[in-house]
Ligand binder design. Structure first.
Ligand SMILES: [Zn+2]
Ligand SMILES: [Zn+2]
Length: 176
């Protein structure tokens, strides 16, 4: 087994442990939320039941406490699980081990970003044809680079440079 294979296996192992780690955290978060929600529901029912019996001047029944205490215990468990699920102590571990994955991911994302960027740039540099010489030019060019003619209509009222095919000034509405 050469050094390259060893590194590959090591990398694979790191990735698997990281994935398992994330899975565990996800499970903790899900369990935490479930415990928390059930706990809140039980505690609420318990409290409402307690409130009703208090209003009736009767002794709170056993059922009330049967819900209230497990409710609070479940809330406590839920919060603890969530704390573990979102804990930052493992931050260093994640930071160190996920860097190769992040780098790899960014390598895969880069071309996609480049394509998007190019698409946007293309969008910005929309081409039109010069109405005088039919040369292809950028839409926002003010003069044709081939024949040198003005490619805008200056507004007589506000001097805004409007597109050559504008009928009214897009700034003040004056007829051009
Ligand atoms: Zn031209
Ligand atoms: Zn104008």
């Amino acid at each position: 087994m050469n050094e390259y294979d060893k590194n590959k296996i090591k990398e694979e192992r790191m990735r698997n442990s990281l994935l398992a780690h994330y899975k565990n955290k996800k499970l903790l978060k899900i369990l935490g939320f479930v415990f928390l929600i059930i706990g809140i529901i039980l505690a609420l029912i318990g409290l409402i039941s307690f409130g009703i019996s208090f209003n009736n001047m009767s002794m709170p029944n056993f059922f009330t406490f049967f819900l209230l205490f497990p409710g609070f215990i479940l809330i406590g468990i839920g919060i603890t699980l969530l704390r573990f699920g979102f804990m930052k102590e493992v931050g260093g571990y994640i930071k160190n081990e996920s860097i190769p994955i992040i780098n790899e991911a960014s390598e895969e994302i880069k071309p996609a970003i480049k394509n998007i960027k190019e698409a946007i740039v293309e969008e910005e540099e929309e081409k039109i044809h010069c109405p005088y010489c039919n040369n292809e030019i950028n839409k926002d060019s003010l003069y044709c680079p081939k024949c040198g003619k003005e490619l805008f209509k200056e507004c007589p009222s506000c001097h805004e440079k409007n597109d050559i095919d504008s009928i009214y000034c897009d700034k003040c509405g004056t007829k051009l």
